[in-house]
Ligand binder design. Structure first.
Ligand code: MRU
Length: 348
């Protein structure tokens, strides 16, 4: 099985006592890690997108709860559980769409119900396990997804779904990493406006690992597909409903519609921690709206401006436009509620 390259960049580094977070807002110009000692800091790092990407958000939040347990057990051994509970509630408000955040917080919260002889050690161990399990899931998905790419010549990805967005290998980018070790593959990455995860993060991350990649404007995707250069669109996910409808970075839905027109297949790659079994379809997924100033040219950011911006940062691709959902538990072709449910009943 493919193993993560030890030199691949890491979004998160746990030292045993504090969390180092790579400030992705500064990439690719600067590689800067900041130290976080408490849950409030980690909440801010997630909200401001220093760390982003659904699995990485969940892992960072888990470490945030571990930091909370370390701090409050030392400061207030009587009421530490209430304080950790309050920190979990704060972390849950950091971003709304990625279900990995809520999954990871539920995992950490469950420790509060257990008798623990050394609570900080137990919280640290659980967050380290969430991190390690994500890397293991990524490498497994890399293999399963690469199997589907046999004979493919070109793929296009969207947003950043690599080591920067996960525990350390990648979902869609993990599949691309694994596939390029097996066969020649032309890799295209869309810019991913407005935050430019593709232009700033994906092409940088691939180049760091020696994988050639071609960047294109999001608006060039249709023309690229029309040229016949693309066999698969490969994307990650922030939340997958029980029927396979998939919320991912804004623009994913457009790519799926274009893919249908051009006979291109669509692969969604996500660990099962990204599946929200509680919602039957994508209509119930909350779509994050971010500040209009992330999109507006500076000259319009002023009181009384007549120009405003609409800035939803995710969209939902209906399952019928998806050819395959790849998880660490297996591949669901042409996803439906039944196909998704058959994936594995015991993960519900
Ligand atoms: O707003 P972001 O950068 O957190 O959005 C990230 C995405 O949409 C990714 O495609 C998704 O989280 C999958 S990451 C493995």
């Amino acid at each position: 099985m493919t193993q993560p390259n030890k030199k691949t960049v890491q979004a998160l580094q746990w030292t045993g006592a504090l969390l180092k977070v790579l400030d992705q807002r500064q990439l690719p110009e600067a590689l800067v890690y900041d130290d976080y000692h408490d849950a409030a800091g980690v909440t801010e790092a997630i909200t401001t997108m220093r760390v982003r990407g659904a699995p990485a958000i969940g892992i960072a939040a888990a470490y945030g709860v571990a930091l909370s347990a370390i701090q409050h057990c030392a400061e207030d051994p009587i009421h530490w559980q209430q304080k950790v509970t309050a920190d979990i509630a704060m972390l849950a408000k950091s971003r709304p769409t990625a279900v990995n955040l809520f999954w990871a917080l539920d995992q950490m919260k469950s420790l509060l119900k257990q008798p623990l002889t050394n609570p900080p050690a137990a919280f640290i161990a659980r967050s380290e396990k969430i991190h390690a399990d994500d890397i293991a899931a990524n490498t497994k998905m890399g293999e399963l997804g690469a199997n589907l790419l046999t004979g493919a010549k070109g793929v296009m990805t969207h947003c950043n779904t690599g080591a920067l967005a996960t525990g350390g290998y990648g979902t869609a980018l993990g599949v691309i990493r694994s596939a390029t070790q097996r066969q020649p593959l032309n890799v295209y990455a869309g810019e991913t406006r407005p935050w430019l995860q593709g232009a700033r993060l994906t092409v940088w991350e691939l180049a760091q690992d020696g994988i050639p990649v071609t960047l294109l404007a999001d608006s060039a995707a249709a023309w690229l597909m029309k040229s016949g250069a693309i066999d698969w669109i490969i994307v990650g996910a922030d939340r997958i409903a029980a029927n396979g409808d998939t919320a991912n970075k804004i623009g994913t839905y457009s790519l799926a519609v274009l893919a249908k027109q051009h006979g291109v297949k669509v692969m969604v790659v996500a660990p099962t921690t990204t599946i929200d079994w509680a919602i039957e379809n994508g209509s119930r997924i909350e779509i994050e709206q971010r500040n209009q100033n992330e999109l507006l040219p500076a000259c319009y950011i002023k009181e009384g401006s007549l120009v405003s911006a609409w800035n939803p940062v995710f969209d939902v691709t209906p399952a019928e436009l998806i050819s395959a959902i790849v998880t660490e538990r297996g591949v669901v072709l042409k996803p439906t509620e039944q196909g998704m449910g058959d994936l594995n009943h015991d993960i519900r």
